[in-house]
Design a protein around this ligand. Structure first.
Ligand code: DON
Length: 316
């Protein structure tokens, strides 16, 4: 067994016993998750896969989808057009914050908060709702390397209860920030959040970004290399919401979390890492995930500004 596998098993054992955090329940379907589910996956850019725990358990991707939808929107419209519609400034506010819309900028602060993600998804090209959804699913399939499906109960559950997101979409329409077909945009956003993945898929998706946009296992391109830099930048500054600064300080690699308990992070050129554990903290980030990433970053000098970075993640 490699040293990395031994270390992952140690982390899984150490952090598996904490009972901190709460399973998200504001989307009723998410409350059915088992708080004990816990997986850690690493996929390297040369195609090695390391798994420990519940890494094959399916769950809905939630906010982690925002990174990948942003990549598709960049491909559809280019950097400058998209930048006019959705900014790249961190808010330091909760992911579902509504206040920042009403401040005269006439665009959401960034594509990682809900408002920015809804605006981004509303821009995706396609010949009607089915075509747009199929383009999104195809894009996810290139990242994961297999067919992906939407969890209908979660989609329906969020569609029925996502009043805050609906309110944001209405406010954005009022300010002329998004097109008038907000119900279609919201449906597509809720569907994108309900795409099912497992922890190993998330690590593969992150490894694809680490590997210049090409899936390191299938060798299929998922996103143009030109835009990987854009995705990693917004992940680094905005991916962990009101924890983004502390994450950048303590862990120091681009990452994205979701309320269903996933976190993925990219070690550029080297690997994708993912954790899955449903109990989240007040910021919407998985509690076990935060601990695992802090420990991994420390052990392997993963921080972007650590001068010893460049050590091989899987051979130490
Ligand atoms: O829009 C929402 O509230 C959810 N579909 C996604 C939120 C989410 O994952 C935020 N992450 N921490």
């Amino acid at each position: 067994m490699t040293q990395l596998q031994i270390f992952l098993e140690k982390l899984h054992h150490t952090y598996g016993i904490t009972d901190a955090g709460q399973v998200a329940d504001y989307i009723p379907e998410l409350s059915k998750a088992n708080p004990d589910w816990f997986g850690i996956s690493v996929v390297t850019t040369d195609g090695q896969v390391f798994n420990i725990g519940d890494t094959a358990k399916n769950f809905t991707i939630q906010s982690i989808s925002k990174v990948f939808a942003y990549g598709l929107a960049l491909e559809d419209h280019g950097r400058e057009v998209l930048f006019e519609k959705v900014g790249v400034e961190p808010t330091g506010d909760p992911f579902n914050s509504i206040i920042r819309l009403d401040e005269g900028s006439h665009r959401p602060y960034n594509p990682m908060i809900n408002a920015g993600a809804i605006a981004t998804t509303s821009l995706l090209k396609g010949d009607g709702p089915t075509d747009k959804l199929n383009r999104l699913l195809k894009m996810f399939e290139h990242y994961t390397g297999h067919e992906v499906f939407i969890d209908m109960p979660t989609f329906i559950s969020e569609r029925a209860t996502g009043h805050r997101n609906r309110a944001m979409a209405h406010l954005m329409l009022n300010f002329g920030m998004i097109d008038k077909d907000i119900d279609a945009a919201l449906d597509l956003y809720f569907q994108q959040c309900a795409v099912m993945v497992n922890c190993c898929d998330l690590a593969t998706m992150a490894a694809t970004l680490a590997n210049h946009g090409t899936n390191p296992i299938t060798q299929v391109r998922a996103v143009s290399e030109d835009y990987v830099r854009d995705l990693l930048s917004v992940m680094y500054t905005c991916g962990m919401y009101n924890r983004a600064g502390e994450w950048a300080y303590r862990v120091g690699i681009p990452a994205k979390s979701g309320v269903s308990g996933g976190i993925l992070a990219v070690v550029p050129g080297k690997a994708g890492i993912a954790t899955f554990s449903p109990p989240i903290d007040d910021n919407g980030n998985s509690v076990r995930g935060l601990r695992v990433f802090e420990a991994l970053s420390k052990q392997y000098n993963l921080h972007m500004f650590d001068l010893s970075m460049g050590r091989c993640i899987f051979c130490i």
